[in-house]
Write a protein that binds this ligand. Structure first.
Ligand code: ADP
Length: 187
């Protein structure tokens, strides 16, 4: 099972991704988590990425592509994986397709689109800001991330539609219901 999770910030990719990990026994690769870990550890890569992340922009393609390439080459990713937060623009998607070929892996099976309205997104992220205190969960940065999503990431729906791989799931409801919807469309 090789899945890409698509959806706006706060659409639930991380949460549903974890449930998919438990269900399928394959790893989740989250570029956002990897970048936050690098920032926290104070690595060179983290230093390069921090300002962009705090402003809600996209980190340079080379950086995130490097992260994903390394992770996809590891043993536990050979049977399948769930990508959360990557690809985030068409260039990354094209690189991913090439990377899988080069690594001798089959292509992506499905791109699961978690659909949630902008209004609900803002509400969720502001709520998360209170609980987790993420630097980029401030209202102006949230608006910026939604803008970046619409401009850069939304076109991936077209990209994967052309490959016949997009499945859209309503991202509102109980976590269990949403998860079952995802399972129903990835079978
Ligand atoms: P969310 O989906 O909630 O916005 P993520 O945890 O996926 O959050 O990403 C947080 C930030 O990390 C992004 O706003 C961006 O700056 C950076 N980032 C994560 N993945 C990518 C990627 N594939 N390409 C570029 N930047 C990325």
């Amino acid at each position: 099972m090789r899945l890409v999770l698509l959806g706006a910030p706060g659409s639930g990719k991380g949460t549903q991704g974890e449930k998919l990990v438990a269900h399928f026994g394959i790893p989740k690769i989250s570029t956002g988590d990897a970048l936050r870990a690098a920032v926290k550890a104070g690595t060179e890569l983290g230093k390069k990425a921090k300002a962009t992340m705090d402003a809600g922009g996209l980190v340079a393609n080379e950086i995130v592509i490097g992260i994903v390439e390394e992770r996809l080459g590891q043993a536990d990713a050979q049977k399948g994986f769930i990508l959360d937060g990557f690809p985030r623009n068409t260039a990354q998607a094209e690189v991913l397709d090439g990377m899988l070929k080069r690594l001798g892996q089959p292509g992506i099976d499905k791109a699961v689109h978690l659909h949630v309205t902008d209004e609900e997104i803002v509400k969720r992220l502001l709520d998360r800001a209170q609980k987790e205190g993420r630097e980029d969960d401030k209202e102006d940065v949230i608006r910026k991330r939604i803008e970046v999503y619409n401009a850069e990431t939304r076109p991936l729906l077209d990209y994967y539609s052309k490959q016949g791989k997009v499945v859209t799931v309503e991202g509102i409801g109980s976590l269990e219901d949403i998860f079952n919807r995802i399972l129903a469309v990835t079978r």
